[in-house]
Design a protein around this ligand. Sequence first.
Ligand SMILES: O=C(O)c1cccc(C(=O)CC[C@H]2O[C@@H](n3cnc4c(=O)[nH]cnc43)[C@H](O)[C@@H]2O)c1
Length: 215
Amino acid sequence: MRVLLMTAVSVEQEAVLRGLQGAENFDVQLAGVGPIQAAINTTKVLESAKSPYDLVISAGIAGGFVGRAEVGSIVVSTEIIAADLGAETPEGFSSLDELGFGATRVPVNPDLAKKVMEALQTAGLQAQSGPVLTLSTVTGTAETAAQLAARIPGAAAEGMEGYGVALAAHERGIPVLELRTISNPVGPRDRAAWKIKDALVALESASRVLVEVLR
Ligand SMILES: O=C(O)c1cccc(C(=O)CC[C@H]2O[C@@H](n3cnc4c(=O)[nH]cnc43)[C@H](O)[C@@H]2O)c1
C-alpha cells in the first residue's frame, strides 16, 4: 500500500519520519497550517506523484475534547468535518450541508480506521476514535468548545488541516484518514501550556505502528 502523510509543519513531519524508520511505501509532505493551504499543497503532491497513492493521512498535533481525548493520547478519525464551514443564524450555526451548498464531512473507511485503532491499542498506546474537526480558528473559550461538542456528538479532536487534506484526496477517489495526537485540551486559550513535545512523541509512536498495519 502506498501512503501519503501530510503534516502541517516540519516538527510534525520529522516526528512522523522518525516513527516510519525509512519505510519505503510512505511519503511525508508538508501541508502548511490551515485547511486552504493544506488542500492546495495536498493537491500539488497528488498531481505530481509518479505513481498513485492508495491512502492519504492528515497527521499532526491537535486539541482534544475534554472527556474524549486526553493530552498525549492519539485520535483516529471516524469522520473528518469542516466544523466552521457554514453560516451563523439567529437560531444557531447552519452547516454548508444544511444550507444546501456542499458537504462539510469527508467519510473515512470504517474498516481501515478500526484496523489502525486496534493496532495502536495492541501496541499499548492510548488511542480513541471519533470525528475529528477542522477549524480555521483554534477554539479559545469553554463556550465554543461546548457548542462544538454539542453540535457534533462524539467530537474527539480539532485541528486546522484535516478537511483540506481529506477533500483534496477524496475528490480524486483516494481513501483518507486523520491521525492526531493531543497537545492541549480544546477550550480556554493557554498556548504556553500546550504539551507539544508529548504530542510529538505520541505522533512518532503512532507512526511506528502505521508501518506494521499499512503494508
Ligand atoms: O497561538 C495561537 O493563537 C495560534 C493560532 C493559530 C495557530 C496556532 C498554532 O500553533 C498552529 C496549530 C497547529 O497545531 C494544530 N493544533 C494543535 N492544537 C490545536 C487546537 O486546539 N485547535 C486547532 N488546531 C490545533 C493545528 O492543526 C495546527 O497545525 C496557534
